[in-house]
Structure formats: structure tokens, C-alpha cells
Design a protein around this ligand. Structure first.
Ligand SMILES: Nc1ncnc2c1ncn2[C@@H]1O[C@H](COP(=O)(O)OP(=O)(O)OP(=O)(O)O)[C@@H](O)[C@H]1O
Ligand code: NI
Length: 336
């Protein structure tokens, strides 16, 4: 392990890339990525020429600073992967996007997305299945090196993650779960990315491998990347994330510093975040009654109102706007 090597490698690239960050250079701790009020809908054809618009994301807000890990937590179908795809500009063609996305203080247009994707903005996919099964991993990771000697950089980064020279000659199916995770992280690191989005790296992995994978993400942030960790697992996210964004039915219901997740959840702002926290086995293990609404059947007011113990008629009248509260963000009119 030699953490200094990739850092040295990255420094000149970072200097070159300052232009892309023009506008942010004077802005102190302006977020690397800022997504505000994002909506994503899919145009669907329902019988003949009848066209419907299925809104799957609305009112999504996230921001990440340099050096920070933001964990995006939410149950299946809450919109986590779609957010990642929207940032990268890889949503399907029938997707319509509205709201604002800024990277380095500048609007993230489709053109910029294409330019930054796999370079400044990298995704660590969920599984090794995203690797080309017919290509040895060394040359494959080398494809993501954009500046300098591909072989030398791959070797340096593999060494950093404890991957021996012979691993370069293996095919993806020959990797263990832990090795596969390290290869996927290496792909993001050799690209010199400033924003790393890791989509669900944890399910089905051995706990030691999970801890190691999360440790690598933390390390990337400590070296100056902005890291978004997409996960179902609040418990492991809390071990290394600075802040947690809680997604529900395609919306951000709360963004809170990790330190607010303790006790009975008394420091949390949204009834859903509290319920999610209390549902953990190590807490009350109390399930949340009811189900997350599906796109096409969303309630008109607060998305969580049908399941909320504290709802009032106002909650059902309109969708609560995001507001700042105690150093976090919440979409609940009753939160104090
Ligand atoms: N191409 C599509 N057309 C229509 N609906 C879609 C499409 N892709 C995703 N969806 C819907 O959007 C919602 C959000 O999906 P997304 O994949 O972002 O969820 P997720 O939070 O990543 O879930 P998981 O934890 O299971 O990965 C889901 O209800 C899904 O069915
Ligand atoms: Ni997903």
C-alpha cells in the first residue's frame, strides 16, 4: 500500500482541471455537485398514440463538497440509481429531466456530462458484472487512464489497493468479491475523478469486504474527492459518511449530518428518517406500517403522509417544500 503514489499522480491533473472549475475557484467551500429540485419522468405510450408521463423523481436535492462523503439512503425504488444516472447523463432516451444540476459551480449540461463522465465524474458500479467479462482486468482498468502511462498508473493504483501484479492478467470471473471491489475502485481512481458515485457497493458481500470498500471511499474523500455513496444500509454508511440524504418515493425527505443518527432518532427532522432509524435491528426493530407509494400512485401532498403518525390535513394539501432546519434540510411542515 502506498497512498502517496496516486496522490502525486493526481496533483498535476488537478491543476490542469482548474479551468473546468472556473467560477468555483473563488467560492470557498462551494459544493462540487449541487442538485436542486430534480424531477425525472418517463414518457410512456399506453395503447396506440396515447402518451403518459410517469413521474418517478420529484423534489430531489443533494449537494456534496470536496472531501465529503454523502450517503444517499432509501429503500428500493426510491430513486437512488436514477439520481446517479441523471448526474452522469445516462438516463434512457424517454426520460425527461427538470430542476438544476451544477458541477463545480457551472450548469451540468448534456455536453458537459459527456465530457466529464468517466473522467472528472466516475461511477463505481454495483457489481463486477459491469466489467467486460472477456477482457483481462489490467488492460480493462487501463482504458480509464486518460493522462500518462496506462500500465504504470494501473500498477500503482493496484498496488495501493493490495492487488498483486498477477491480478492484472485475470478475467473478471476469476476475482473474489473483495478483489472485484478493489478493481472497481481502481477504475474510478485511475480516471482522476473529483466526484465519485458508488452505487450500492455492499449487498451480499462479506462484512470485512464491505468495511474495506467503505474505507476506500472514505480515503478518496480524505484526499479531496467528493463521494456519493448510494446504499440501503444506514448502519455501515454512518461509519464513514459525513452526511446522510434520506430518499423516499423519489424525493429527498431529509439531509442530516451523520452525528444526528443516535438514540431514538430525536435529533432527526423527518418522521420517515426517524421511523427508518427506529426500524433497525439494533434499535427498536419496529417496522414502518404500509408501503412506499409507487410512481403513478403518488399522494398529492407529503409523500409520507399516508404512513405518518403525525399527519394533519395540511400535510395532505400540498407537497412540503425543502427548508433548512438545525443544520440539515427537511421536507415536513411539522418538523422543529
Ligand atoms: N426506464 C424507466 N422507466 C420507468 N420507470 C423507471 C425506469 N427506471 C426506473 N424507473 C422507476 O423509477 C423508480 C426509481 O428507480 P431507481 O432504480 O432509481 O431506484 P433505487 O432507489 O435505485 O432502487 P434500488 O435500491 O432497488 O436499486 C422505480 O420506481 C423504478 O421502477
Ligand atoms: Ni438502485
Amino acid at each position: 500500500m502506498s497512498p502517496a503514489l496516486p496522490l502525486k499522480k493526481r496533483a498535476p491533473e488537478f491543476a490542469d482541471k482548474e479551468e473546468v472549475f472556473a467560477g468555483a475557484s473563488t467560492a470557498g467551500d462551494k459544493p462540487v455537485l449541487e442538485v436542486k429540485d430534480l424531477s425525472v419522468s418517463f414518457v410512456q405510450y399506453a395503447g396506440g398514440l396515447r402518451q403518459t408521463n410517469l413521474k418517478v423523481i420529484s423534489g430531489l436535492d443533494v449537494s456534496i463538497k470536496k472531501g465529503e462523503v454523502l450517503a444517499v439512503v432509501g429503500s428500493s425504488g426510491s430513486g437512488k440509481s436514477l439520481l446517479a444516472h441523471a448526474i452522469l447523463g445516462i438516463l434512457p432516451k424517454n426520460a425527461k429531466v427538470s430542476g438544476t444540476m451544477h458541477y463545480g459551480g457551472e450548469a451540468l449540461t448534456p455536453r458537459r456530462q459527456a465530457k466529464l463522465r468517466g473522467r472528472e465524474i466516475a461511477i463505481i458500479p454495483q457489481s463486477v458484472n459491469y466489467l467486460d467479462p472477456l477482457m483481462r482486468v489490467g488492460p480493462q482498468v487501463g482504458i480509464s487512464v486518460h493522462n500518462g502511462d496506462k500500465n504504470a498508473i494501473v500498477r500503482q493504483v493496484f498496488a495501493r489497493y493490495g492487488l498483486e501484479k498477477k491480478v492484472e492478467d485475470l478475467y473478471p470471473f476469476q476475482l473474489s468479491g473483495g478483489m472485484a471491489r478493489r478493481v472497481l475502485v481502481s477504475t474510478a481512481v485511475v480516471s482522476g475523478a473529483r466526484l465519485v458515485i458508488a452505487d450500492e457497493p455492499t449487498p451480499g458481500l462479506h462484512p470485512a469486504v464491505v468495511a474495506e470498500a467503505l474505507g476506500h471511499l472514505r480515503q478518496l474523500a480524505d484526499e479531496g474527492c467528493a463521494v456519493m455513496l448510494i446504499t440501503h444500509d444506514i448502519t455501515s454508511a454512518l461509519q464513514m459518511a459525513d452526511r446522510i440524504a434520506v430518499f423516499y418515493a423519489g424525493s429527498t425527505v431529509e439531509t442530516a449530518p451523520s452525528v444526528d443518527f443516535y438514540g431514538k432518532g430525536q435529533a432527526l427532522r423527518h418522521p420517515y428518517s426517524k421511523a427508518l432509524w427506529q426500524a433497525l435491528p439494533q434499535n427498536d426493530f419496529k417496522p414502518i406500517a404500509g408501503f412506499q407509494p409507487t410512481p403513478g400512485n403518488l399522494p398529492s401532498g407529503c409523500l409520507f403522509a399516508p404512513r405518518c403518525e403525525h399527519k394533519t390535513p395540511e400535510c395532505e394539501a400540498e407537497r412540503p417544500p425543502a427548508r433548512l432546519l438545525r443544520g440539515g434540510n427537511v421536507r415536513c411542515i411539522h418538523a422543529t
